[in-house]
Design a protein around this ligand. Structure first.
Ligand SMILES: Cc1cc2nc3c(=O)[nH]c(=O)nc-3n(C[C@H](O)[C@H](O)[C@H](O)COP(=O)(O)O)c2cc1C
Length: 372
């Protein structure tokens, strides 16, 4: 067991400060129900902006389906009278392997925005990756008190990029997550004119004031820039997000990455990209053991989390479900979702004959199409 404090069960929630606009009736906590509940309360254009994938949404659909193609082969006659879901991510103790992925513009869905998400994650014992396109300031986040990482886009204005990194390090970020699958923002299938200029990122004041190309992603970023980022951040651990190939993963590690995050941006960048469930094993196999591997994209249940762990992930991140939870329930909604996913994971582990995260090994999986 780690030193993570006990976290509440869904039936005994701890009070969390939430905005006045939070739902008056208890919102659902199952990811599949949350999306429908969020759709009912959000303006159609905002819902579409979050739900959409790129292209014709091939990868968006494939991400979800690919986890389910991996059947579980449970072990029996193991003592699962006590199941421990706790683990560590880059040395930070967390109550379960489920963490919150970076998503931009969270004040579109709830007045508390990223502060609500950070508070909910902290109360559930999970960590948050904060987007470069966050609509909260570093100062506001300090009040959330949980562990957080900064997700970074290298901007065309490198001085501004360095400023964001330096301030994140000073504000207490525990790692830097460089997103590398977005040299350009792909055309979305739905909600193409979003987000509106009125909801601008405010992480540092210099970002708020800028509407020029300097704040766009720099398409010229290469492996050589990893050393520069490590330097600018004062050697914060560096995670590279958006890798789906073994050779790229190895090159990231050789260039100094401490962890590699398998992601296709939730099907929002290259449509037709390999679903993450099918990329994970290749990435894990290409890396030395000490380099951690994370995954996101279509993770919705405790079963999906066990599948990700069995393929070699240390942590699984959720994107859209956390946004739906924020939209419907503010900080408490995010906390309840993470607690419910942990309970689902706990049940899955027990039924798989696993008493801890360390018991999850590749032999638990039976691919539906072993020769594909
Ligand atoms: C509305 C939205 C905004 C996002 N913004 C960012 C971002 O600013 N930076 C980033 O690295 N990824 C971003 N992502 C991708 C997520 O971090 C994550 O990779 C993806 O949502 C995981 O898939 P899931 O939504 O199926 O869980 C965004 C995703 C969504 C849905």
């Amino acid at each position: 067991m780690t030193s993570v404090p006990p976290t509440p069960r869904p039936d005994a929630p701890t009070p969390v400060p939430v905005a006045a606009s939070a739902a008056v009736t208890a919102p659902p906590v199952e990811p599949r129900d949350l999306e429908a509940a969020a759709r009912a309360v959000l303006p159609a254009q905002v819902y579409d902006y979050i739900a959409t994938g790129s292209g014709v949404e091939e990868t968006l659909a494939a991400n979800l389906a690919a986890w389910r193609e991996l059947a579980l082969a449970p072990r029996v006659l193991r003592d699962v009278g006590r199941v421990d879901t706790s683990t560590t991510v880059l040395g930070t103790p967390v109550s379960s392997p489920v963490q919150v992925a970076p998503t931009g513009y969270q004040r579109l869905v709830h007045p508390d925005g990223e502060l609500g998400t950070a508070t909910g994650a902290a109360h559930a014992g999970s960590l948050l990756a904060l987007s470069t396109r966050a609509t909260a300031t570093f100062g506001e986040l300090a009040g959330a008190a949980g562990p957080w990482w900064l997700q970074l886009y290298v901007l065309r204005d490198r001085d501004l990029t360095a400023t964001v990194v330096e301030r994140a390090a000073a504000a207490g970020a525990r790692a830097l997550v460089l997103t590398v699958d977005t040299p350009y923002v792909a055309k979305k299938a739905r909600s193409t004119a979003f987000p509106p200029a009125a909801v601008s990122p405010v992480l540092v004041p210099e970002l708020r004031a800028r509407g020029d190309e300097g704040v766009w992603q720099d398409p010229g970023v290469t492996f050589a820039d990893l050393a520069w980022l490590a330097e600018v951040s004062g050697r914060l651990p560096l995670v590279v997000k958006g890798v789906v190939r073994g050779d790229d993963a190895r090159a990231c590690a050789d260039a100094g990455a401490d962890a590699v995050w398998v992601s296709n941006h939730g099907g929002r960048q290259l449509d037709g990209a390999v679903p993450t469930a099918r990329a994970l094993a290749e990435v894990r196999a290409a890396l030395p053991e000490e380099v951690e591997v994370y995954v996101d994209g279509g993770i919705r249940t405790g079963r999906d989390v066990v599948r990700a762990l069995a393929l070699g992930a240390t942590a699984a991140f959720i994107g859209r479900p956390a946004v739906w939870a924020l939209a419907t329930g503010g900080a408490a909604g995010v906390r309840d979702l993470l607690v419910a996913m942990r309970a689902d994971l706990e049940e899955t582990l027990a039924l798989c004959g696993c008493a801890s995260i360390a018991d999850v090994t590749p032999d638990l999986l039976r691919p539906a199409h072993p020769h594909r």
